[in-house]
Design a protein around this ligand. Structure first.
Ligand code: GLN
Length: 246
């Protein structure tokens, strides 16, 4: 039996900062290289797609303006099927503004309160300075010691509750809030992070972790074939050097 995955790209027209779209391209290509079929569905404002039918869900970052445009739709139209997907272990990657809206709430620096979906135990408040720059974190998400490289640009400071664990520990950069050296959050197979980049082209192990979770949930024990990641690894190493971490 051939494997296939349905990937949902949420709000591709509104939440797409610093090449976030590249994450979906990487998931698709790394699946196709292994002979895994891929269907990508773009889901935006007003669309009532059943997200619980998707294997992988991606939402990118957006500034406060875009977040306030999608906030109501995110909770009221997508909310219940997205929460269902997350609780049923779909693989989800949410970047920056999308990450913030999966949490309890986002209090912007202008005093607006944007309620989040509340499906992951984090909350965010807008700070007075922007946290900008290259980031390196250390993560054991896939059971080994890995690094992730990316680029952050946010004023929101995110704090983790007891229901999530951090994606990693900040080696350089700010991460969730510039204070506690945590970066991102993990709940079930959902990963929230501030790392743009795009993230996955330079961190292929995370792309493979997402693909593996999605395939195992659908088909049981699955091992991904190895790929030649020489270019990806050299981009990763260049980002580490730029951040002064190697
Ligand atoms: N508007 C949010 C912030 O500045 C998210 C920005 C982003 O997605 N890069 O915190």
């Amino acid at each position: 039996m051939g494997y296939s995955l349905r990937i949902c790209h949420l709000y591709p027209d509104l939440m797409n900062l610093y090449g976030d779209r590249g994450n979906v391209m990487v998931l698709r290509q790394r699946a196709l290289w292994r002979g895994i079929g891929v269907e990508i569905i773009n889901v935006s404002l007003g669309d009532r797609t059943d997200l619980a039918e998707c294997d992988i869900i991606f939402v990118g970052g957006g500034q406060d303006k875009e977040q306030s445009l999608i906030c109501h739709d995110f909770r009221m139209v997508k909310g219940s099927s997205l929460a269902e997907a997350i609780e049923a272990d779909a693989a989800v990657l949410a970047i920056c503004g999308g990450y913030q809206l999966l949490g309890q709430k986002y209090l912007t620096h202008t005093g607006e309160e944007m309620p989040g979906l509340g499906v992951i135990d984090v909350w965010t408040r807008g700070g007075t300075r922007r946290l900008i720059g290259n980031v390196v974190i250390q993560s054991d998400l896939d059971g080994s010691d890995q690094t992730l490289v990316g680029f952050e640009n946010h004023s929101g400071q995110t704090f983790l509750g007891s229901g999530v664990r951090p994606l990693g520990r900040v080696i350089s950069g700010n991460g969730n809030n510039g204070q506690d050296r945590t970066e991102g959050a993990v709940y079930r197979n959902t990963v929230g992070t501030y790392l743009h980049g795009s993230l996955l082209p330079k961190n292929p192990w995370l792309a493979d972790w997402l693909l593996t979770q999605a395939l195992q949930r659908k088909y049981g024990e699955v091992e991904l074939a190895a790929l030649d990641d020489e270019l990806e690894e050299s981009a990763h190493r260049a980002a580490l050097r730029r951040a002064g971490s190697q």
